[in-house]
Design a protein around this ligand. Structure first.
Ligand code: ATP
Length: 243
């Protein structure tokens, strides 16, 4: 579904962030992108969702193909229409809109009827029941976990086929992290949603994902099933530290 092949990327300060990243997310797969702080996980996801120019960065080599389309120059909005939707690091919500208004913004790109939007909202509330209780609260006043769920819920409102998430566990309590990953797994299993998640929290990512790719200083150094990677205690301590 998503093929990243030998991608290299630099930022304006000419520091090369990616030196050749290749990874493959199969249709229906839950794929984790792992690696230490600064390994290049966020840069890889920004390359996929064409957000590097906004950071004064660019892809200088390699190719990114989504569903048969070469998407190297496809705008983020067009990617959403193709079915590739990204949830950025840091729980991006419109803080002064309510939770429900935030969710509804995710459906704006489609010409959906009110009934369809209402159905999609119900689907998000079924996944994150907590958001239903908070639907009239200003997103900026909700907890970190609720903001992350709102950000994911908003992405789901655009009906992605591949959901890309950057470090959804960041700054959240372990129980909330488990809850979020459990729901992602459920979407993956029950609805066939393909997922690519970058995570520093390798324990939770290896627990829920099917396969993983490990980055080290801008290079993909390892890929395999999470069952295989969980066995490799040498790799665990070398690449993942204590997380
Ligand atoms: P983290 O979990 O800390 O975000 P990461 O694995 O996602 O780590 P990246 O954020 O992709 O790593 O960073 C890869 C390299 O690119 C690092 O050396 C980082 O300093 C550099 N970098 C990231 N963003 C920028 C930027 N906007 N401008 C310049 N250099 C950057």
């Amino acid at each position: 579904m998503l093929q990243i092949d030998a991608v290299e990327a630099v930022y304006q300060n000419a520091i090369a962030a990616l030196h050749g990243v290749s990874l493959n997310v199969r249709a229906g797969e839950f794929h984790a992108l792992l690696g230490a702080n600064g390994a290049g996980k966020s840069t890889t996801l920004k390359a996929v969702s064409n957000l590097l120019p906004a950071q004064r960065g660019k892809v200088t080599a390699g190719s990114i193909v989504f569903d048969g389309h070469n998407v190297g120059r496809t705008s983020p909005a067009a990617l959403v229409r193709l079915g590739l939707v990204t949830v950025l690091e840091g729980r991006h919500c419109f803080r002064s809109l309510t939770v429900e208004e935030n969710l509804l913004t995710g459906g704006l790109g489609r010409s959906s009827s009110r009934t369809e939007l209402a159905k999609d909202l119900e689907r998000v509330y079924a996944i994150f029941p907590h958001l239903r209780d908070k639907r009239r609260a200003l997103a900026g006043l909700t907890s970190g976990g609720e903001q992350q769920m709102t950000a994911i819920g908003r992405a789901l409102m655009s009906r992605p086929r591949l959901l890309v998430l950057d470090e959804p566990s960041m700054g959240l309590a372990p129980l909330i992290v488990q809850d979020i990953f459990r729901q992602l797994k459920r979407l993956n299993r029950e609805e066939g949603l393909s997922i690519l998640v970058a995570e520093q929290n390798s324990t939770v990512a290896l627990q829920y994902a099917d396969r993983a790719t490990v980055l080290d200083t801008g290079v993909a150094v390892l890929a395999g099933t999470t069952a295989e990677l969980r066995q490799r205690s040498d790799i665990q301590s070398f690449y993942f530290g204590e997380s």
